[in-house]
Design a protein around this ligand. Structure first.
Ligand code: SF4
Ligand code: SF4
Length: 223
């Protein structure tokens, strides 16, 4: 089977002797037997750590989950600095800090109920793979936009009954935040954990309104 891998500005063709294999298995084969210099990131191999996210035929995938087909075109994630071949520099902490993606001020609550856990279960599944960051078209025009996964994290803690500073969370997502999103849904489509990030952003907009914020674009519209 043939796969083309982007290396710098060019694509290099590789042949791998598999009829059925994950992309990660193919990458390890190339590195072990064809070209030791091929560089990529991987860790758990089970879709848990999110480290091996790349793009195949223009779509974000986890290399450990994607089954290769003949002619696959493999590229590094977009919107990230490419360090070498498929390896990119990730700084998920930057955006998690911006939205204060943790419990800021603990409410005096003895336990979190099962109902509350279920409510924030999906958002807690994020593995910080950065696929949504890669898929989002806003970064091409605004590098300061908050990464989609950080919205999901902010919403997760907004739902958490233990969080005592919900206003802090809402304040943090206004600038270069929820109102700048086009609601295109590319982030939701890219997510390997099936988190509907666009829907979380819509919920955050609604919550922002409850705290007195409104869409600043309304000011720019003439009626
Ligand atoms: S829905 Fe918003 S955050 Fe998600 S990819 Fe589109 S513009 Fe980016
Ligand atoms: S929200 Fe989904 S696509 Fe984005 S970093 Fe988390 S797991 Fe990856």
């Amino acid at each position: 089977m043939r796969i083309d891998i982007k290396r710098g500005d060019e694509f290099q063709e590789f042949k791998v002797p598999f009829k059925s294999a994950t992309l990660l298995k193919a990458l390890y084969h190339i590195k072990s037997y064809i070209d030791q210099s091929l560089t990529f990131d991987a860790n758990c191999r089970y879709g848990v750590c999110g480290t091996c996210a790349v793009r195949v035929n223009g779509r974000e995938v986890l290399a450990c989950s994607h089954k290769i087909v003949d002619g696959d075109v493999v590229e590094p994630l977009r919107n990230h600095k490419v360090q070498r071949d498929l390896k990119v520099a990730r700084d998920v902490g930057r955006d998690l800090k911006r939205v204060r993606g943790w419990i800021d001020s603990i409410e005096d609550i003895e336990t979190i109920s099962d109902g509350n856990i279920v409510k924030l279960e999906k958002q807690s599944d994020c593995i910080l793979c950065s696929s949504c960051y890669s898929a989002c078209p806003i970064f091409e025009v605004n590098v300061d936009f908050i990464a989609p996964f950080a919205f999901t994290r902010a919403y997760r803690y907004l739902l958490d009954v233990r969080e005592g500073d919900k206003r802090g969370k809402i304040d943090s997502i206004q600038q270069n935040g929820v109102w700048d999103c086009t609601l295109c849904g590319a982030c939701s489509e890219a997510c390997p954990q099936n988190i509907d990030i666009k829907s979380d952003i819509l919920m955050l907009r609604s919550e922002s309104s409850r705290f007195g914020y409104f869409d600043p674009n309304f000011n720019l519209m003439s009626f």
